[in-house]
Design a protein around this ligand. Structure first.
Ligand SMILES: Cc1ncc(C[n+]2csc(CCOP(=O)(O)OP(=O)(O)O)c2C)c(N)n1
Ligand code: SF4
Ligand SMILES: [Mg+2]
Length: 279
């Protein structure tokens, strides 16, 4: 069984000092260690962005894919070998803009993978443009007079799309974040965690102080769909005054692998046949 140090790599993360991605990296490694995951049968898949570098900083199998394409990649890996633990981690631009189409369909498919959204409400890597989750009124490079369009709503969107597990957390609260990551990985089906994450360079609104002030730990019954909807919309109805953190909704149904009968032996057989044909 791997301990937290087994997930370390010698490379130092190339993020700005104070970036919320450091907290997420620590949280992911801690959750992996607490769950007793092994480095050789765990895969971290990302897209493109500051946060997209995360597979390079964790000693498991990893894949940094194209911008917005981490979910189809993660699904492909899981279907090819359902024995693997597959965790997708990517930014708000990556997941909700470029990858928005995959986002809502993956809830419908319900593959047994976890997905953590590095939600810093901005395009970090490309130096501070508006992202779909930028709050209305926020001044960005592309909206110097303030964003005019209301922000996308990942959590309500997840619920409307048939999600079986949805949670929210804050990268500055390690204990809570690790608990949400653990529950998401343990969940049978597609588990989505919206992680509110400060970008200390390009977002001076949604800071550590901001999320500490507005976030509160919710203790509602996550199996109650109506209550979950109420909690999912609370940040938008209160103009981000009240942001529930915790498991918003949870239920179980068959996974994509179960529905289509995916199995490792068949994948290996297919690969062997393709190789024979090539030879
Ligand atoms: C198809 C495509 N479109 C645009 C880009 C340019 N691009 C690279 S990273 C990025 C934004 C990343 O923002 P986000 O996903 O929120 O991640 P962050 O950097 O904030 O962690 C964009 C637009 C790209 N690489 N590929
Ligand atoms: S630009 Fe923002 S998201 Fe990117 S590394 Fe710096 S603080 Fe983090
Ligand atoms: Mg971002």
């Amino acid at each position: 069984m791997a301990g937290i140090l087994d997930f370390n790599v010698p490379e130092k993360p190339q993020w700005c000092p104070g970036c919320g991605d450091f907290g997420i990296l620590a949280g992911v490694k801690k959750a992996f260690a607490e769950l007793g995951l092994e480095t050789h049968n765990t895969v971290v898949v990302s897209g493109i962005g500051c946060g997209g570098k995360i597979p390079h900083y964790i000693r498991t199998y990893g894949y940094e894919g194209l911008h917005g394409r981490l979910l189809p990649l993660a699904i492909g890996i899981k279907l090819a070998n359902p024995d693997l633990t597959v965790v997708g981690i990517g930014g708000d631009g990556d997941g909700i803009a470029e990858g928005g189409n995959h986002f809502h369909h993956t809830f419908r498919y319900n593959p047994d993978i976890a997905y953590f959204l590095q939600d810093n409400q901005v395009y970090g890597l490309t130096t501070g443009q508006t992202s779909p989750t930028s709050h209305k009124g926020m001044r960005t490079k592309t909206n110097p007079d303030g964003v005019k369009i209301p922000e996308a709503k990942p959590v309500p969107l997840a619920l409307a799309s048939g999600a079986t597990f949805v949670a929210t957390t804050f990268s500055g609260n390690l204990k809570h974040m690790v608990e949400m990551f653990r529950l998401a990985i343990q969940h049978k089906g597609f588990a989505f965690v919206d992680v509110y994450q400060p970008c200390v360079t390009w977002n001076n609104i949604n800071t550590y102080e901001y999320w500490s002030k507005h976030g509160y730990i919710t203790d509602h019954d996550p199996t109650d769909f109506k209550k979950a909807l109420e909690k999912a919309y609370e940040p938008y109805f209160t103009n981000w005054e009240k942001v529930p953190l915790g498991v918003i909704y949870k239920y179980e149904r068959n996974t994509m692998e179960e529905e289509i009968g995916a199995n490792k032996e068949e994948t290996i057989r297919d690969i062997e046949e393709d190789l024979k044909e090539l030879m």
